[in-house]
Design a protein around this ligand. Structure first.
Ligand code: FES
Length: 154
């Protein structure tokens, strides 16, 4: 290969990468970029007390696992096959939930997550919705299991 071709190609790749980084910075807050590039609490949680899973209208899905200690969320994790913004949402939401009581977790709204991420572009608002819906699905499953258990005890 002609060494100039390789140089031109490398330069093109570098320029493209710079362009992508510039556009990402225009679209996303520093917090979103940080969480998306280094997501926290990713993966499943063996022996989770709570589990929720939701597929959003965009076709992406999220799972949330929580382990309790008393009434508090001791450990929480997530998985997703979604976009970078969804990674950031899962990462931030799981950090917000750690140490929170289940009662307080019921009140977490997509707006709270968006605020914690220092904003999201309009086209990614549904990613926050997917994350919070997954949380609420886990809480719903928990309540159903509790009611079933109570029914068995009565
Ligand atoms: Fe589907 Fe982000 S684009 S969850």
């Amino acid at each position: 290969m002609n060494p100039d071709e390789s140089t031109d190609f490398d330069r093109l790749v570098r320029e493209l990468q710079q362009e992508i980084a510039r556009r990402e910075q225009e679209l996303y807050s520093e917090t979103v970029l940080r969480e998306a590039r280094n997501p926290q609490n990713m993966g499943s949680l063996p022996d989770a007390d709570l589990y929720g899973a939701v597929r959003g209208w965009c076709g992406d899905s999220m799972e949330i696992y929580m382990r309790l200690n008393g009434g508090a969320i001791e450990e929480v994790s997530f998985t997703t096959d979604g976009c970078g913004a969804t990674l950031a949402c899962g990462s931030m939401l799981t950090q917000m939930l750690t140490g929170m009581t289940l009662a307080d977790a019921e009140w977490v709204l997509p707006e709270d997550l968006v605020q914690a991420l220092d904003g999201l572009p309009e086209e990614n608002m549904h990613c926050a919705g997917l994350a919070v819906s997954t949380l609420h699905n886990a809480l719903f499953n928990w309540h159903v299991a509790e009611m079933e258990q109570q029914g068995e005890e009565d």
